[in-house]
Ligand binder design. Structure first.
Ligand code: UN1
Length: 500
């Protein structure tokens, strides 16, 4: 399919695709596929005012009715799935299966949110006073700014937007400057749902702000935006979080990961190899959940490495649209340069590098292709403790589980983790209080590819936020505790006497 017919099928107009000042380059071949118009910090007050006006109306629409809008959004996403997935592939470089998976993740969270729209439950609490009732109610919070990264250019918006919408909050979305076109297409899909939904949905409920870091900072600084949900690098979070905190806003942060797998002596190595390759090499190593560190028991290190080296040597790499490709391009040439710099540092630290070269033969010219790297490390040096957003897997050895867990937790990030073992004691130790310190801890499953039903996020430099499933919706609402006195007396709590 040509770019033009793909854009047309997603309602992207000539005006969207040309004439703007932000060039959109496909990582597949470096081609400029669009020139998108940008907003800037000066546009933020008007956008926020529109969102505030939308909030005044939307918070009064009953939550199950708000859920109906999200149900329609899921229907429109189902209809647009192949086209939107193809655009994700074109703009972000994901292989076809992963582009489709990303849109499916959007559909899944919408379905989840529809059910949730009838389950925004609060507690009732036993009052210590006679004739009194205590309860908590969850109320809409206000406009929610959603700042997303290039690597999940549409799904992360949907995790936030589907919840925010049923919770009664308008959304202002600032996508990555590297992937504004998929964001525009997603807004067109949402507009189809809004049109079908009708007049209950106020103008300004869902807005898009394409632009640079200044735009994100302006949203973070606005006191009329009570929630700022930001996904991206720890560097971005470090710049943004103090701005939100300074005005007592709520930040939901999902930042860097440096995810590890412990492979124990009893591990099913067939399973482990498949999980390692998917989670280290999938999405060309550009998931926040990507497997970056392998901590292997010394007794299985050699056989595992042998198998991995064989699989890595034959990985089908190239145009992500071609059937059979498993490794597409990195997002751009800078990402390749950062990977090469990390490999050089690892080598200087005594690492033995397998693969990792930039690839220009047998791949589309102009794209940023690399052979995934395995690096045998003698120790967890400084470079291993950093997140390098590329298919770069460090391999280290351990002797005791305690040593493996200590190594595992000795990084600044705390997103996703896993252990491969058939030993119940080891598995439970890894999941226990003194085990993995991550927000996600799996057994016999890799660290990436989470379902939407669980809360998603992690600790330490990952930022502590939770998005997606479980009770992450509470992050998008304000909790109100109410005590109602239906008696004729006024007893005070804690037995305080105050007679007037
Ligand atoms: C991300 O990389 O920012 O668990 C999100 C996963 C996906 C989401 C990744 N469901 O790998």
């Amino acid at each position: 399919m040509t770019d033009a017919s793909l854009f047309e099928s997603l309602d992207l107009t000539a005006e969207d695709n040309a004439g703007g000042d932000l060039p959109v380059r496909s990582p597949i071949d470096g081609a400029t596929i669009a020139q998108v118009r940008q907003a800037n910090a000066a546009d933020v007050p008007a956008m926020v005012a529109r969102a505030q006006a939308a909030f005044a109306a939307w918070r009064e629409v009953p939550a199950p009715r708000r859920g109906e809008l999200v149900r329609l959004l899921a229907e429109e996403l189902r209809a647009a799935k192949p086209a939107l997935a193809a655009l994700v592939t074109r703009e972000a470089g994901k292989i076809t299966a992963e582009g489709l998976g990303e849109v499916q993740e959007m559909i899944d969270i919408c379905d989840f949110a529809v059910g949730l729209s009838r389950q925004l439950h609060g507690l009732t609490i036993a009052s210590e006073r006679p004739g009194h009732r205590m309860a908590e109610t969850w109320h809409p919070m206000g406009p929610c700014a959603v700042i997303t990264a290039f690597n999940f250019p549409v799904a992360v918006w949907s995790w936030n937007a589907a919840l925010a919408l049923v919770c009664g909050d308008p959304v202002i979305w600032k996508p990555s400057e590297k992937t504004p076109l998929t964001a525009l297409a997603t807004m067109r899909i949402a507009q189809r749902a809004l049109r079908r939904f009708g007049a209950d949905a106020p103008e300004g409920l869902l807005q898009l702000a394409v632009g640079g870091a200044g735009l994100g900072q302006a949203l973070a600084a606005s006191p009329a935006v009570p929630i700022v949900s930001a996904t991206g690098s720890t560097r971005m979070g470090r710049a943004l979080a103090p701005v939100v905190a300074a005005r007592f806003g709520r930040a939901i942060l999902e930042l860097g990961g440096n995810n590890a797998m412990i492979v124990a002596p009893s591990a099913d190595l067939d399973l482990a190899v498949r999980a390692i390759v998917f989670s280290a090499v999938g999405t060309a190593g550009q998931r926040c959940t990507t497997l970056r560190r392998l901590i292997v028991h010394r007794s299985v290190r050699e056989p595992l490495l042998q198998r991995l080296r064989a699989v890595y040597a034959g990985l089908p790499l190239g145009d992500p649209r071609a059937p059979g490709t498993l490794v597409g391009p990195l997002i751009d040439a800078d990402a390749v340069a950062r990977m090469q710099a990390a490999l050089a540092r690892a080598q200087a630290d005594g690492g033995v590098v397998h693969g990792g070269q930039a690839v220009t033969q047998g791949v589309p010219a102009g794209g940023a292709y690399v052979r995934p790297a395995l690096v045998e490390m003698p120790a967890q040096t400084a470079v291993v403790r950093e997140e390098t957003f590329a298919p770069l897997l460090y391999v280290m050895a351990y002797d005791t589980l305690a040593e493996a867990i200590a190594l595992h937790n000795d990084v600044p990030q705390g997103l996703a983790s896993c252990i491969f073992t058939l030993d119940l004691r080891e598995a439970e130790t890894f999941l226990a209080a003194a085990g993995s310190d991550c927000g996600i801890a799996n057994v016999n499953i890799g660290p990436s590819g989470a379902e939407i039903g669980g809360a998603f996020g992690g600790e330490k430099e990952t930022g502590g936020g939770r998005e997606s499933g479980s009770d992450a919706w509470k992050g998008y609402m304000r909790r109100q505790t109410s005590t109602v006195n239906y008696s004729t007396r006024l007893p005070l709590a804690q037995g305080v006497r105050f007679d007037v």
